[in-house]
Write a protein that binds this ligand. Structure first.
Ligand SMILES: NC(=O)c1ccc[n+]([C@@H]2O[C@H](COP(=O)([O-])OP(=O)(O)OC[C@H]3O[C@@H](n4cnc5c(N)ncnc54)[C@H](O)[C@@H]3O)[C@@H](O)[C@H]2O)c1
Length: 317
């Protein structure tokens, strides 16, 4: 298959690009390298187009014979969106519309990566796909706008789409050292540098962490079996892991780990957990890596490969 991965130099995108290329697929990556790194794709025989997804229309000719588009390019991070809501909207919502417009003209299957943050104010647990949505941050609003366009293009133009909501993904190639780094790589990196890890709140908040390989298995099955769904599918398997549990496991690797608790951060939800009924039904034979095993692999990967991913651009906008 010929596949486009937007955001293919980022965390999920680069892992996916490796997996797809290793399976023998032809992969083209479109990434502006705002948080992604070329070094994530080092040694792979894939085409990298360095440009914004907002300019996707420029490549209409190159992209007319694609089998699928994994649309992973986005301005991630809730705090980053609070700082710059308009740019967040442009990249996450407007560019998604442009990707869909390309797909409308070519009939290409689009796999969209929304986020569990769209539940926002809705405190019901566990989350299922039928619950009401109420974003509390510009990031969540931009992802929900993206979902709306994905569904509209499926409804109005019969574009084949698969709409996933990712929860908290972690694993190799996730950057630990930029301003908006995710909690697991950031803490591992701090621990490796003998720095105190910073916790916002009392550490009792919980997340449904998913290892990146589990996500890749799901995404690859989606294109290989052409699983199409304009109804959202939550991509998480029902974990309820507190940050204090993560810290306890990290202490197994870093016995001298120091922890500092500070005030709650604006936009953070207390608990996030999926009801995995739908994902288990649609992806029954997916191999799922358990949390502890996944955390161990991530620590080992970062210890052995950190020079590949640290020292990239610090995100300031
Ligand atoms: N990682 C998670 O836990 C998580 C959770 C929910 C949703 N998601 C979504 O999954 C997708 C992948 O996330 P990730 O963790 O790999 O993030 P990431 O930041 O590592 O990757 C995003 C990639 O998109 C690129 N990008 C950003 N703006 C761009 C633009 N205008 N044009 C082209 N490329 C651009 C970045 O350079 C980067 O390579 C994103 O859409 C994100 O919103 C991720």
């Amino acid at each position: 298959m010929k596949l486009l991965v937007t955001g293919g130099c980022g965390f999920v995108g680069s892992n996916l690009t490796h997996a797809l290329a290793n399976l023998g697929h032809e992969v083209v990556v479109l990434d502006d390298l705002s948080t992604g790194l070329r070094s994530n794709l080092k040694g792979l025989n894939v085409e990298i187009i360095e440009d914004s997804i907002l300019n996707v229309d420029k490549y209409r000719n190159d992209f007319k014979d694609l089998d699928a588009i994994f649309h992973l390019g986005a301005r991630g991070s809730v705090p980053r969106s609070i700082k710059n809501p308009v740019l967040t909207h442009e990249v996450n919502a407007t560019a998604t519309l442009r990707i869909l417009e390309l797909a409308r003209l070519s009939g290409t299957h689009v796999i969209f990566s929304s986020s569990s943050s769209v539940y926002g104010r809705n405190g019901d647990l566990p989350k299922n796909e039928k619950l009401w949505l109420s974003p509390i941050t510009p990031y969540a609003a931009s992802k929900l706008a993206g979902e709306g366009y994905v569904q509209a293009y499926a409804g109005s133009y019969e574009v084949p789409v698969t709409l996933f909501r990712f929860f908290n993904i972690f694993g190799p190639r996730q950057r630990p050292d930029h301003d908006y780094a995710a909690v697991i790589p950031k803490w591992i990196w701090s621990a490796m540098n003998n720095e105190t890890i910073q916790v916002f709140g009392d550490g009792e908040q919980t997340r449904d962490f998913t290892y990146v390989d589990t996500v890749l298995n799901t995404l690859i099955k989606t294109v290989e079996e052409k699983i199409v769904s304009a109804d959202p599918i939550n991509l998480a398997f029902g974990n309820r892991i507190s940050l204090n549990q993560v810290i306890a496991l990290l202490k197994g690797h870093f016995p001298n780990l120091q922890v500092n608790f500070q005030g709650i951060r604006s936009g953070d939800v207390q608990h996030s957990q999926n009801d995995p009924k739908l994902i288990n039904q649609l992806f029954s034979n997916i191999e799922i890596t358990g949390f502890e095993d996944a955390l161990n692999r991530t620590v080992e990967w970062l210890q052995q490969n950190h020079t590949q991913i640290v020292g990239g651009p610090k995100v300031v906008d």
